[in-house]
Design a protein around this ligand. Structure first.
Ligand SMILES: C[S@@+](CC[C@H](N)C(=O)[O-])C[C@H]1O[C@@H](n2cnc3c(N)ncnc32)[C@H](O)[C@@H]1O
Length: 241
């Protein structure tokens, strides 16, 4: 047990639960990214750095398994990531040979920090809830970002993502399998039903989790055309577990 970490975590949690500060996304994320670039910035704060590394690795293995199962060869595909954070998924895309990558970030200090680390990739400062994505992309990745985009802003973000997809694009996103209340103002969880407000249900497929990573959806018009797709196998709001 990492005692110093736990003391820090419970202190900030108590403050967030008690005072419930208004969530202003630009200010909130700029402040976090100005303070550092580690898992405390973007990961699950109840986990320490090594706990996060292990947690992220499970999701990464599930995603890689799905890329393989879906025949997605990143060496030939363009990738747009929303909320690139500290570059964990950027690094994964690079490791998979992706040559065309755009990372978007609401926080300027995040993009400024990421650029020199990935000089072959592009990063823009943009709020996906306000700014359309430039062009169309083969793969769009959004990990642990949806819960930080709330209400109508969340729907706008999904509309921007949908507009950046072609009939064969894949959109990978984390989500909640069941409605989950949040005690803190900066988190509002979304289930498959919330994604289905913008994407046809037949496009939405829960990703298998052989490595026990967080629940993830693969959203694509191509899934609706797949012969073996059975939407009843994925009832709204209770999938992926
Ligand atoms: C919980 S962190 C996850 C970061 C990264 N995806 C990961 O899994 O490590 C959320 C990230 O999304 C960014 N973000 C939050 N709201 C955003 C928005 N509306 N548009 C673009 N980026 C956003 C934040 O700055 C932050 O880096």
């Amino acid at each position: 047990m990492n005692l110093a970490h736990n003391i820090r975590w419970y202190a900030v949690l108590a403050k967030d639960l008690l005072f419930k500060p208004t969530y202003r996304p630009h200010d909130f994320w700029n402040r976090r990214h100005r303070r550092g670039h580690n898992f405390w910035t973007v990961g699950r704060r109840s986990f320490d750095e090594s706990g996060n590394r292990e947690w992220y690795a499970r999701l990464a293995k599930d995603l890689a398994t799905e890329f393989h199962a879906d025949g997605l060869d990143l060496r030939r595909l363009s990738v747009c990531e929303i909320g690139a954070g500290i570059g964990y998924w950027t690094r994964m895309m690079r490791d998979h040979g992706c040559k065309r990558y755009l990372g978007t970030e609401i926080a300027d200090p995040a993009a400024t920090w990421l650029r020199p680390q990935f000089p072959d990739y592009d990063f823009v400062v943009a709020d996906v809830a306000e700014d359309p994505l430039p062009g169309t992309w083969d793969v769009i990745v959004m990990m642990h970002v949806d819960e930080h985009i709330h209400g109508e802003r969340f729907l706008n973000a999904l509309r921007h993502i949908k507009a950046a997809m072609t009939p064969t694009s894949r959109f990978f996103t984390t989500y909640r399998t069941v409605p989950t209340p949040s005690g803190v103002s900066y988190v509002e969880y979304h289930t498959q039903k919330d994604f289905a407000a913008v994407f046809p249900l037949a496009w939405i497929k829960p990703v298998p989790r052989p490595h026990g990573g967080d629940a993830m959806l693969s959203i694509s018009a191509a899934h609706a055309r797949s012969d073996n797709y059975n939407p009843r196998a994925y009832p709204v709001g209770r999938c992926g577990d």
